[in-house]
Design a binder for this molecule. Structure first.
Ligand SMILES: Nc1ncnc2c1ncn2[C@@H]1O[C@H](COP(=O)(O)OP(=O)(O)O)[C@@H](O)[C@H]1O
Ligand SMILES: [Mg+2]
Length: 511
């Protein structure tokens, strides 16, 4: 005897895989047999729990769960599925396959994302932004949780609606009226920072170097006693950077979206300072963590912004080691059994440390440095070598004396917005010439874009010999010299640029 073929429904949704959002088809088959509800297709525990949430949400929304044998398949099976994002498509699939939903809109042209609460409300999910960008390419309309609508506005795509409850979605599909809310239009507002570089008294050398680093994207290590203003300087560097362009801003917001962090409308185009604590684990720093779904780490959350490592020698050595490769390749690759995930990680690295374990320079005028030379050496060795080799500029930050701090605010000190315009002009020169900032120039490009006069060559040779510098250190001097020339709109790198650039490697001898 042939059994009843049962009823099928297919509802479209999207998974999260790094900042990608591969399509997932939620297939529901309902047939006569022992009543059951099963989910197959590589679901993690969090997806299996979907069964209970969906059952309650259906009942509290006034639907029924007929006594059928219901099988839910999440296809393709080789993509790991995680979280509650499939609740809404699963519920809609069950309703369709059991004849409780008779949409007048074509379900194939829709995608759905959302976790269900037991009362049928729709909760926010991570990774909405990357999903919208992919759905747009297929010209599909996407229904997302209303709490994700701000994020949806960043995608700047036409067909997105927010839904509060499962019932909202069903009514929408069964009517021709578009009563669901749409995201606000993305508005570009000028970045406003609470902090400004003009807050900093004195420290002229430090401010100059901040502009150099901002202009060429250079990494920076600051060494100075507690209270000398290292953290203050790092936070002001952010205010010198030009705003993100739309593509960059979407990339950054996508990473935050996948990490389940919300970005507000007025932060969307802004650069930030990401400051992981020195107790951070390697997973927190570069990404990963337990489970099949590797999360982005601090270095990816700082994509196109500043990664600030304060108290550098306090970081676990293995954590710093883990940073080396991503700093070079500007991305993080994490391999798992079922997938390989890539997160972008183009950061500007800024580090700070005290000069010695006691905190003060060995020649502290008040004699506050009590450490033996061996102690100082051991402390500095913690960071020497591989990571130090990846830092473009060094800065010794002397404490500012009381008079400078307590006096009147400097008159006519340049504000961040004035410097930011210069930085922007300087970055334009670099992008027009070589398509990237000077910090990214390869050794080959350096040969092409940094032509040295004999006097510069002699100066460099002397410095390299004196400081016992590596090839990496040498290339860093050239990159920074290129930036110094670009800041003056000089086509050629001159001896003065090389000399200033060498002065920013002051710690090579002592570390
Ligand atoms: N050059 C300066 N101009 C104005 N304030 C300063 C300066 N240097 C330090 N300060 C003040 O001292 C405080 C400590 O500075 P901070 O940046 O935390 O130092 P560090 O990170 O080197 O320990 C800051 O909150 C800031 O108000
Ligand atoms: Mg500090």
């Amino acid at each position: 005897m042939a059994s009843s073929p049962g009823q099928y429904a297919t509802i479209l949704s999207r998974a999260v895989s790094g900042v990608q959002a591969p399509e997932v088809q939620v297939e529901v088959h309902s047939t006569n047999g022992l009543p059951s509800l099963s989910i197959v297709g590589l679901p993690e525990a969090s997806v299996k729990e979907s069964r209970d949430r969906v059952r309650s949400a259906l009942l509290s929304s006034g639907f029924s769960l007929p006594p059928k044998r219901i099988t839910i398949n999440l296809a393709p099976a080789d993509i790991p599925k995680q979280g509650g994002r499939y609740d809404l498509p699963i519920a809609l699939g069950i309703l369709k396959a059991t004849g409780q939903l008779t949409p007048i809109r074509s379900l194939d042209s829709f995608e759905f994302l959302g976790e269900l609460a037991l009362n049928g409300e729709i909760r926010p999910v991570p990774g909405v932004l990357p999903a919208l960008i992919q759905a747009e390419k297929k010209s599909r309309t996407v229904i997302v949780p209303t709490s994700n609508l701000v994020e949806a506005s960043f995608a700047d795509v036409a067909d997105v609606y927010g839904a509060e409850t499962l019932l909202d979605v069903c009514q929408f599909l069964m009517s021709s009226e578009t009563f669901l809310p749409k995201p606000d239009r993305l508005e570009k507002t000028e970045s406003e920072y609470l902090e400004d570089i003009s807050d900093i008294r004195g420290q002229f050398q430090a401010k100059r170097l901040l502009e150099v680093c901002a202009s060429g994207g250079h990494s920076l290590l600051m060494v100075g006693p507690p209270g000398s203003g290292k953290s203050m300087l790092a936070s002001r560097l952010v205010t010198l950077l030009p705003e993100l362009d739309l593509k960059q801003a979407i990339d950054v917001a996508s990473i935050h979206s996948v990490a389940g962090k919300t970005v507000s409308m007025d932060q969307f185009f802004q650069r930030t300072l990401v400051q992981p604590h020195h107790t951070a684990t390697a997973a927190a720093m570069v990404g990963g963590g337990s489970g099949s779904f590797p999360k982005p780490g601090a270095i990816s959350l700082a994509h196109h912004s500043i990664l600030f490592l304060d108290e550098l020698p306090e970081f676990n050595r293995s954590v710093l080691e883990a940073l080396r490769e991503p700093l070079e390749t500007r991305k993080v690759e994490i391999a798992r059994v079922n997938q390989k995930v890539t997160y972008p990680a183009a950061v500007q690295l800024v580090c700070a440390m005290n000069p010695t374990p006691s905190g003060y320079f060995p020649d502290d005028p008040m004699g506050r440095c009590q450490d033996t030379p061996e102690q100082v050496l051991r402390y500095r060795r913690k960071i020497s070598g591989p990571l130090l080799d990846r830092i473009d500029c060094h800065l010794e930050v002397p404490p500012v004396d009381f008079e400078a701090l307590s006096g009147e605010k400097e008159i006519g000190a340049e504000t961040s917005s004035v410097i930011r315009e210069r930085v922007q002009a300087c970055q334009r020169i670099q992008k027009d010439r070589q398509g990237c900032l000077n910090t990214e120039l390869s050794p080959k490009q350096l040969e092409q874009f940094v032509l040295l006069q004999p006097a510069s060559k002699a100066l460099l040779e002397q410095a390299v010999n004196r400081m016992g510098m590596s090839a990496r250190g040498y290339h860093r001097i050239l990159r920074v010299a290129r930036t110094l020339a670009d800041m003056q709109q000089q086509e050629n790198v001159l001896v003065e640029h090389v000399a200033e650039s060498i002065s920013y490697r002051s710690l090579d001898k002592s570390l």
